[in-house]
Design a protein around this ligand. Sequence first.
Ligand SMILES: Nc1nc2c(ncn2[C@@H]2O[C@H](COP(=O)(O)OP(=O)(O)OP(=O)(O)O)[C@@H](O)[C@H]2O)c(=O)[nH]1
Ligand SMILES: [Mg+2]
Length: 284
Amino acid sequence: MAYNWFPGHMVRARREISENVKLVDIVVEVADARAPQSTRNLELEDLVAPKPIILVLNKKDLVNPTELDVWTKRLAAEGLNPVSMVATSGEGKNSVIQTVEKLFKPIAQDMKNRQRRVRPPRIMVVGIPNVGKSTIINSLTGRKTARTGPQPGVTRGKQWIRIEGRLDLLDTPGLMWPKVSVPEQGLKLAALGVLGPKAYSEEEVARYVLRMVREIDPQALESRFGIKDVQRLDENQILESIAGFRGFSENEGTGFQKTAHFVLGEFRRGRIAKIILDRHEAGT
Ligand SMILES: Nc1nc2c(ncn2[C@@H]2O[C@H](COP(=O)(O)OP(=O)(O)OP(=O)(O)O)[C@@H](O)[C@H]2O)c(=O)[nH]1
Ligand SMILES: [Mg+2]
């Protein structure tokens, strides 16, 4: 599956993030809770090391809380610092701030040991497209927060925003490129709207989504679209049922363009099933 990150763009993004990382104590990586693994960029750890990363699993309103708990525990066991969040409502925002403060403690202690004045923690937000970086920045800062100008000791031109009087956030997020290592990952990123619409076929991605829903939460297809015995149907038959439900006169012969577009829109809004596309068994 093609997507539009050219090597030149990656080089520039990598360089920009490496530069900005020098200015902060902690990096907040945003991933989509619907694919906690596939929406990360594993190269970030190397770019950032030895600085700590907080992994925000955003859009938790779109997933099953029990499944997300399992993921959070697993990521925590791997030594990541996962925090789940709903950036659009601000839920989880305080946990992010508390995790920043916890991770900053040893850094502050080190400043003290070296007879330095302890300043508030400095953080930056990074992540692949569409995971909610800008919404998180808005949620953390609120709208009224004043921007502080370039501060002494940091690169001129960088804008910092003080949050609740206790931490400083770099106001522009770092954009990471999505990494597609297996074809299914491309389908996931397309399903979640990370890849631009020119990069994939909506029908192919809608089939993938319906396959996943059939496997993980088949009941959802009955309650949402009235489809019975969904396990016995193939993807085209499911598409045809949804076309019927929606009043689109589409079938295998005409193709399922409108239905596919509808399915993707509904899935992205969490109106079909609240499932996590990354499965624990698979490494992706
Ligand atoms: N349901 C839900 N939607 C969210 C949440 N956070 C962000 N969104 C939506 O996700 C979309 C992308 O959010 P942005 O904040 O623009 O994402 P971004 O990472 O800044 O995207 P780029 O700037 O394109 O890289 C928007 O439509 C947001 O409203 C959330 O917690 N829940
Ligand atoms: Mg943005």
